[in-house]
Design a binder for this molecule. Structure first.
Ligand code: TSJ
Length: 642
């Protein structure tokens, strides 16, 4: 952390340092905001908003507005105390100026305690200022409106009083520098999703998002009195809870705090969303480790006590988390973020804190709510039995494989290449489509696995059923990386896993079932971008010897225009595509499998919460939400790019 006040630097000297600092940000923006792509662009907004949330955590602000205006100008308004504008003796400049011109100074001065949101990579408003074509700040404080302006980090207007006011607060407006970013077009939904998450994490804070751009005007107001309890409730809204009330636990210390909300549902997947200083910790870390350990310990002790476990029997962590939705939020002064994407919390003291919290409070809760305790335990014990059954099924498959000497499924047409980085597998529904694909493929690097038999809806089944399923077992063995906790991406036999299904309702169904399976049992496969959907053409256009294919209605119209060449009388034969099985091998290769011509859609999981919701709704028990969802998102369901 750069602190220009520390060595009592003179005003001039500190100014020089300031210039160097922000120049560095403009030279290598990626170092400070991760990237200059869309994600970096959005981080500018979060960085500013984080400062307002700090003010809310300090107890002085309960209302934040985030606005996308015409020209992608961002405005963030809070009703806090207003950034101090008086000249500080040590620096000779105001806090306001320091915040925007000194690297890493944002949010730290005058603060204290653990009540700080993290800010991206610990950088502050000055980074945003450096990367903005222009930035303006209005501070409502002491009855006056103080204004300061900047351009690309340089002061263009020193603090000026521009009027009077009867409120307090800070308003920041800026336009991202289009010389530095790949795109400067903001996505309302991206910002709204993030702000909703922040509203859940900060109970009682009202956050408004507004898009004022022409043609896409929309707005939302988010306020959750129940905080993360409501977060869990909303995630589980389409699921059937095992207990009515969300279990909530919280503990506060001098320099840290931990808060947990959880609810079990009758499904089989677990969803843990953890946060440190309001930042999502995708890779988990010490807080998650503490939670999981304590949960497993408490449930095992409780099960022993009520006589549900005998002798050496034990519930594993996975058993205890079946059907569990958890929000885990911690705050601490010196958060250490580790891991590949700096999203893993490294502070070991937090593990102890969360362990103690869950150890004490969950135990007490179960004692006081024996019916809930019983329902949770019954589920965990069932999970444990299913796990044992799955283990036996797995071992029997291994034995069978050993006896037969062939580990790969019989219907797999494998490729010659052995380097997984160079190979791809097409998973194809039906033997006739499988036949065409085998005939059309390039066998050097393309493997074909036709699927047959009855598909299992994994959303309604436990892991032991998966191993027994005739349709899924070949997929598991062909990919070679296992499933569930045992899944090992390093063992993956093909780096591209391509689902090839018809462009109709049945095709969409099988695609969704397979994606659900991958999402629930091979999540890293999806997260690391190995799963693709092939896109067969929708139309075939024939005129004389010319044959063309179109992948959308618009393309059909464009191509027919093109081959018509301005002559409206020329006849073109346009046929709707018949389905994969009826294409001949050559056609299938040309339109759907040839890397030179094909369209591959990579399946991306932008947001685990959204993906979970989609799969729950599409595959779960409740009919009404499914109908509603499909009506609302007909187009989306067809393509299901989560
Ligand atoms: F930093 C910033 F420009 F990015 C920014 C800061 C942006 C926005 C939208 C809000 C804020 C901000 C900062 N809101 N509220 C504050 N509060 C302070 O800076 C503040 C006010 C008073 C005192 C005090 O001790 O009197 C201390 C602080 C840190």
């Amino acid at each position: 952390m750069t602190d220009i006040t520390q060595n009592g630097a003179s005003y001039d000297a500190s100014q020089i340092q300031v210039l160097e600092g922000l120049e560095a940000v403009r030279k290598r923006p990626g170092m400070y905001i991760g990237s200059t792509s869309e994600s970096g662009l959005h981080h500018l907004v979060y960085e500013i908003v984080d400062n307002a949330i700090d003010e809310a955590l300090a107890g002085f602000c309960d209302d934040i507005t985030v606005k996308i205006g015409e020209g992608n100008i961002i405005t963030v308004i809070d009703n806090g105390r207003g950034i101090p504008v008086d000249i500080q003796e040590q620096t000779g400049s105001s806090a306001l100026e320091v915040v925007f011109t000194v690297l890493h100074a944002g949010g730290k001065f005058g603060g204290g305690g653990y009540k700080v949101s993290g800010g991206l990579h610990g950088v502050g408003a000055s980074v945003v200022n450096a990367l903005a074509e222009w930035l303006e700040v209005d501070v409502h404080r002491d009855g006056k409106i103080h204004q300061m302006k900047f351009s690309r980090g340089d002061i263009t207007q020193p603090i000026t009083v521009i009027g009077e006011t009867d409120r307090t607060g800070t308003t920041v407006r800026f336009r991202p520098d289009d010389e530095l970013f790949d795109t400067v077009v903001y996505n309302y939904e991206t910002i709204q999703t993030r702000m909703k998450e922040q509203a859940y994490l900060n109970a009682g804070l009202r956050i408004r998002t507004i898009d004022e751009r022409e043609g896409q005007a929309q707005s939302e107001e988010m306020y959750f009195e129940g905080g993360i309890r409501q977060f869990v409730q909303d995630i589980n809204k389409n699921k059937t809870g095992l207990h009515e009330e969300i279990i909530h636990m919280a503990v506060e210390q001098e320099t840290s705090m931990a808060e947990v909300a959880l609810q079990y549902n009758d499904g089989y997947s677990e969803l843990i969303l953890s946060f440190a200083n309001n930042i999502r910790t995708i890779e988990g870390g010490m807080h998650e480790t503490g939670f999981k350990g304590a949960l497993t310990r408490v449930l095992n002790n409780y099960a022993k006590k009520v006589g549900l476990l005998k002798g050496e029997e034990k519930l594993t962590g996975e058993d205890c988390r079946e059907g569990l939705t958890v929000i885990l939020s911690v705050r601490l002064t010196e958060a250490q973020f580790e891991g590949q994407t700096k999203s893993k919390l490294g502070n070991s003291e937090i593990k102890t804190l969360v362990e103690q919290l869950v150890g004490d409070k969950l135990d007490t809760f179960l004692e006081e709510n024996p019916a809930v305790g019983r329902a949770i335990l019954d589920k965990a014990v069932m999970a444990s039995r299913a796990r044992e059954a799955a283990k036996k099924a797995r071992e029997s498959i291994r034995r069978k494989n050993a006896l037969e000497g062939a580990t790969l499924p019989g219907k797999l047409a494998d490729c010659n290449e052995r380097d997984p980085a160079l190979t791809e597998i097409y998973i194809v529904e039906g033997d006739s489509a499988g036949g065409s694909a085998k005939g059309g493929r390039d066998s050097r690097f393309q493997a074909i696995l036709p699927l047959w038999g009855k598909m299992l809806n994994v959303e309604k089944a436990r892991v032991d059923k998966i191993y027994g399923n005739e349709k899924l077992t070949p997929v598991i063995t062909a990919l070679g990386a296992g499933i569930g906790e045992e899944f090992d991406l390093d063992k993956l036999r093909y780096h591209k896993v391509i689902i090839m299904a018809d462009a109709d309702v049945d095709g969409s169904h099988i695609r969704t079932l397979l994606l659900t399976f991958f999402f629930r049992y091979m999540r890293p496969l999806v997260e690391k971008g190995h799963v693709y959907a092939a896109q067969p053409p929708l139309y075939k256009l024939v005129r004389g010897k010319t044959i063309r294919y179109a992948y959308s209605d618009a393309e059909r119209d464009r191509i027919s225009e093109e081959i018509r060449g301005g002559d409206p009388k020329i006849k073109i034969d346009i046929s709707r595509n018949k389905g994969l099985g009826e294409m001949d091998p050559h056609e299938l290769w040309e339109t759907t499998m040839d890397p030179e011509n094909r369209i591959l859609n990579r399946i991306e999981i932008a947001d685990a919460v959204k993906a979970d919701e989609i799969f729950t709704v599409l595959m779960g028990e409740k009919v009404e939400p499914r109908k509603e969802y499909i009506e609302r998102n007909a187009q989306f369901v067809q393509n299901l790019d989560v």
